[in-house]
Design a protein around this ligand. Structure first.
Ligand SMILES: NC(=O)c1ccc[n+]([C@@H]2O[C@H](COP(=O)([O-])OP(=O)(O)OC[C@H]3O[C@@H](n4cnc5c(N)ncnc54)[C@H](OP(=O)(O)O)[C@@H]3O)[C@@H](O)[C@H]2O)c1
Length: 285
C-alpha cells in the first residue's frame, strides 16, 4: 500500500489533486491532505481523506503530518520572500519522515526563465535536488484561469491590455495541471523527472479574438510598451510595485519564458486538455 500526501489542500490546486487521486482509484484512507487551514478542506475529511495541519512555516506540523507517507506533492506557497525557506521546511520534513518521492509544482522553464517568480522556484528545485529523495519537478505554465478570471473586465472594457507583444503563452487549466500532478505521483519508475507543462499556446491578440468569438462581444488586444503598461496599470489603481510586477510578467511572456512545445502535460493527463475557448465558454456560463 502506498500513501500519498498533498500540501496546500485547502487551495484550488491542492484540492483538485486530492480529488484527482481519488478519481484515479486511490483509497481515501491512503491520502493525507495537509492544510494550513484544515477547516477549508473539511469536505475532503468527510470523504475519508486524512486532513492534517501542515503549515510551511511550522516544521513540526510538517514532520508529524508526513510520518508514514511514501509520496508527497509540495504545492508552491503563495508568499514571495518567504517561500524558499517554507519549501525547504517541507523538503527537510519529507526527508526526516522517510518519504520516497517528492513532487513539486515549479514554473515553466524555471532553470532559465527571466520571470520574476522564477528565482524562488529555481532555489526550491535546487533544494529538491540536494535532498537525496526521488524527485518529480512539475514546471507548470500559466493557468488559463489567470485570463478567464479577468473575462468580465475584458468584456466591460472591450479590450485586453498588455505588453506581451507577440509572445505566446502555453496556458492550461488548473484542473489539467492537477491531473498531471496526480498522474506523476502515481507513476513510479524509480527515476527523477522534470516535466515542462503547458497547453496549446496563444498570443494575447489570439486571447482577445477567442474572447470575441466565444462571447460575441468585440474585444481587441491593445499592446503597449512596458513603460506604457505600468502607467496604464497605475491608472487603474495599482501601486507602483504591483504595476511593475504585472508588466514584468508580460515581459517574461514576450521573451518566450511561458511557452513550451512539449506535450508532457497531454501525456501525463491522458485525455484532451481544456482549450482556451472551452475555458472562456465555461467562465462565461
Ligand atoms: N501557474 C500559475 O498561473 C499560478 C497562478 C497562481 C498561483 N500559482 C502558484 O500555484 C500555487 C497553487 O495555486 P492555487 O491556485 O491552488 O492557489 P490558491 O488557491 O491561492 O491556494 C494557495 C494555497 O497555499 C496555501 N498556503 C499559503 N501559505 C501556506 C503556508 N505557510 N503553509 C501551508 N499552506 C500555505 C494556502 O493555504 P490557506 O488555505 O491556509 O490560505 C492555500 O491552500 C500558488 O500557491 C502559487 O504558488 C501559479
Amino acid at each position: 500500500m502506498t500513501t500519498y500526501a498533498v500540501t496546500a489542500a485547502s487551495g484550488h490546486l491542492g484540492h483538485l489533486v486530492v480529488e484527482e487521486l481519488l478519481a484515479r482509484g486511490v483509497a481515501a484512507g491512503d491520502v493525507v491532505a495537509l492544510a494550513r487551514t484544515p477547516q477549508k478542506a473539511a469536505d475532503l475529511a468527510e470523504r475519508g481523506v486524512r486532513v492534517l495541519r501542515g503549515d510551511y512555516s511550522e516544521p513540526d506540523t510538517l514532520r508529524e503530518a508526513l510520518t508514514g507517507v511514501d509520496r508527497v506533492l509540495l504545492v508552491s506557497g503563495d508568499t514571495p520572500g518567504q517561500r524558499v525557506a517554507q519549501h525547504a521546511n517541507v523538503v527537510e520534513a519529507a526527508r526526516a519522515a522517510g518519504v520516497q518521492r517528492l513532487a513539486y509544482t515549479s514554473l515553466l522553464r524555471a532553470d532559465t526563465s527571466g520571470n520574476p517568480l522564477a528565482p524562488d522556484h529555481r532555489a526550491t528545485e535546487e533544494a529538491l535536488a540536494a535532498s537525496g529523495l526521488l524527485t518529480t519537478v512539475l514546471r507548470n505554465g500559466w493557468y488559463l484561469e489567470n485570463y478567464t478570471e479577468a473575462l468580465g473586465r475584458y468584456l466591460a472594457a472591450g479590450e485586453v491590455v498588455g505588453s506581451a507583444h507577440d509572445g505566446r503563452v502555453s496556458a492550461a487549466a488548473r484542473a489539467d495541471y492537477a491531473a498531471a500532478a496526480a498522474a506523476a505521483l502515481l507513476a513510479d519508475d524509480g527515476e527523477d523527472h522534470v516535466h515542462e507543462l503547458g497547453g496549446t499556446s496563444f498570443t494575447l491578440a489570439e486571447l482577445a479574438s477567442t474572447v470575441s468569438e466565444v462571447t460575441g462581444t468585440p474585444v481587441a488586444y491593445r499592446d503597449l510598451s512596458t513603460e506604457e503598461h505600468v502607467a496604464h496599470l497605475r491608472s487603474t489603481g495599482l501601486d507602483e510595485g504591483t504595476a511593475g510586477f504585472v508588466a514584468a510578467l508580460d515581459a517574461s511572456l514576450a521573451a518566450g519564458d511561458l511557452q513550451t512545445d512539449r506535450d508532457d502535460l497531454q501525456r501525463l493527463v491522458g485525455r484532451p486538455l481544456t482549450t482556451l475557448a472551452d475555458a472562456v465558454r465555461a467562465a462565461r456560463a
